[in-house]
Design a protein around this ligand. Structure first.
Ligand code: DUC
Ligand code: ZN
Ligand code: ZN
Length: 478
């Protein structure tokens, strides 16, 4: 028998279901054995006393996505995937965003060109459907789903991206027929526009008013409406970046009715509040402008509770990388533009895993198994990458994180590898960081980034696993 390429010795292996001690034998990029006392590998890694988890799947990241103004995303498919790998993520699922008037296939081709030979870890694409013409819905979208683009996002806000309810219904019914997973950005666009106009007229343009322009009820209303539209069509949906109690209540209500409504949350809703956008009129708070905005400590607690009690399937970063300084990021529209002119989004692809391991697992809020489910396994199932990705099992890709725990790590932007000039979590004291990340058996982080551009491969996605497919035969003529 050929020797193992690598043996990780004495690991405390964590999956979404179990924790057990064993060695991990890796051959040709895959997990070939899980047992104690494996024969020597060509490379030996000592993991005694360390947790080993599946590599993270960050299923909500934006890389090299045009914005429509002078702002430019700071991370492309190289810096974004290097950063991901250094933070323990081995698969990213960024978006291929259709511009209105553009064909979906042209958008997909464009993003494959952007990825080119840059990714250092594996990647798939979600689509963003913004222009649901009959040709897009009835020819392009079914063909792309068949080709491995099995999930897409719909926006209920942002003028350049949003759909009206009628368009959402038409698009959801294609998802139902084709078995795709729909992600919804749930905020009420007209309410935001109305409030923004009034805030600006009153001279309230500072970053902190971004939160005032998008209060929780705006998210609650849109979440409820998204659920109702999905119920009407009888199709599963996933509400992305859920920020607090009122949206969680809608989701729990839908789940308690047996509707297939899934939910994602992100680190910003655990670790930032509206105060992070500033308590005065200084522009610094623009660093934390994202949508939905972070809320308050009571809402943070609701998000923690939701991670604990199963309301959420996914914990993703919504990495949307804009620099603070310079004319191509948060200040693309001037030195201190009003909040509505600031690019929405914060960086987080590198910090997501450590934040949740340190503040979730090590504090006892969630179990190691829940951590794995939330950061990896559920995304693999939801987006059709399981069992190749998202688990530690024989035959799966050897995408692994070996954890360093117990020492204090002060989180600073200087230690990160993204191309953004700040982290919203500067100065946080953590007690965990990945010691090593392996992607298909290759070390891509061991204290230094080791991933080579172009080694990441594109992953066509299958349709979601059966538990995520539709619930009943609908008697409506859909
Ligand atoms: N909100 C989004 O919907 N996308 C990118 C970043 C953000 O804040
Ligand atoms: Zn969104
Ligand atoms: Zn996003």
């Amino acid at each position: 028998m050929q020797p193992f390429d690598t043996v990780i010795r004495n690991a405390c292996v964590v999956t979404a279901a179990d924790i057990f001690n064993c060695d991990i034998g890796i051959r040709s990029g895959r997990i070939a054995a899980l047992a104690t006392d494996l024969p020597a590998g060509l490379t030996e890694i000592d993991a005694a006393g360390r947790h080993v988890t599946p590599g993270g799947i960050d299923s909500h990241v934006h890389l090299d996505q045009p914005t429509g103004d002078a702002s430019v995303m700071a991370d492309d498919f190289y810096s974004g995937t290097v950063s991901a790998a250094c933070g323990g993520t081995t698969t990213v699922i960024p978006f291929a965003c259709q511009q209105k008037g553009q064909s979906l296939q042209a958008a997909v081709d464009d993003y494959h060109r952007r990825a080119g030979s840059k990714p250092v870890i594996d990647y798939a694409f979600h689509l963003i459907v913004t222009d649901p013409t009959p040709d897009v819905l009835h020819r392009e979208l079914p063909a792309l789903i068949e080709d491995g683009y099995t999930s897409f996002k719909i926006y209920m806000t942002y003028d350049a991206l949003k759909m009206g309810d009628r368009e959402i219904l038409e698009t959801l019914s294609v998802a139902r027929r084709e078995g795709a997973m729909v992600m919804l950005h749930a905020e009420n666009s007209d309410c935001i526009a109305w409030l923004t106009e009034r805030l600006l007229a009153a001279g309230h343009g500072a970053p902190r008013y971004h939160a005032s322009s998008r209060p929780m009820l705006i998210e609650r209303e849109a979440t409820h409406r998204a659920i109702a539209l999905a119920e009407l069509v009888d199709v599963p949906i996933l509400i992305v970046h859920v920020s607090g109690r009122e949206a969680v209540e809608q989701i729990r209500w839908a789940q308690s009715k047996g509707l297939k409504v899934f939910a994602e949350t992100c680190p910003q809703y655990l670790f930032l509040t509206a105060d992070s956008l500033g308590c005065d009129d200084s522009f610094e708070g623009a660093k934390c402008i994202c949508s939905p905005p972070p809320r308050d400590p009571a809402n943070q607690q609701v998000i923690w509770d939701g991670l604990e009690n199963g309301s959420f399937e996914l914990f993703s970063s919504d990495h949307a990388p804009f620099r603070y300084e310079g004319r191509d990021g948060k200040k693309a529209n001037g030195d201190s533009p009003t909040f509505d002119e600031v690019a929405n989004g914060i960086p987080g692809v590198e910090t997501r895993m450590a934040l949740l391991w340190s503040e979730g697992v090590r504090t006892g809020r969630i179990t190691p198994q829940s951590f794995v489910a939330l950061t990896s396994t559920n995304a693999a199932k939801m987006y059709g990458l399981y069992p190749r990705k998202g688990s530690i099992a024989i035959g799966a890709d050897a995408d692994l994180v070996i954890w360093n725990e117990g020492q204090r790590v002060e989180l600073t932007n200087q230690m990160l590898h993204h191309n953004v000039d700040y982290t919203p979590y500067e100065g946080m004291q953590l007690t965990a960081w990945p010691a090593m990340t392996l992607s298909r058996g290759d070390v891509v982080w061991d204290g230094e980034p080791r991933g080579v551009a172009g080694r990441g491969t594109f992953l066509p996605c299958a349709r979601p696993v059966p538990a995520q497919t539709r619930r009943r035969q609908n008697e409506l003529p859909l």
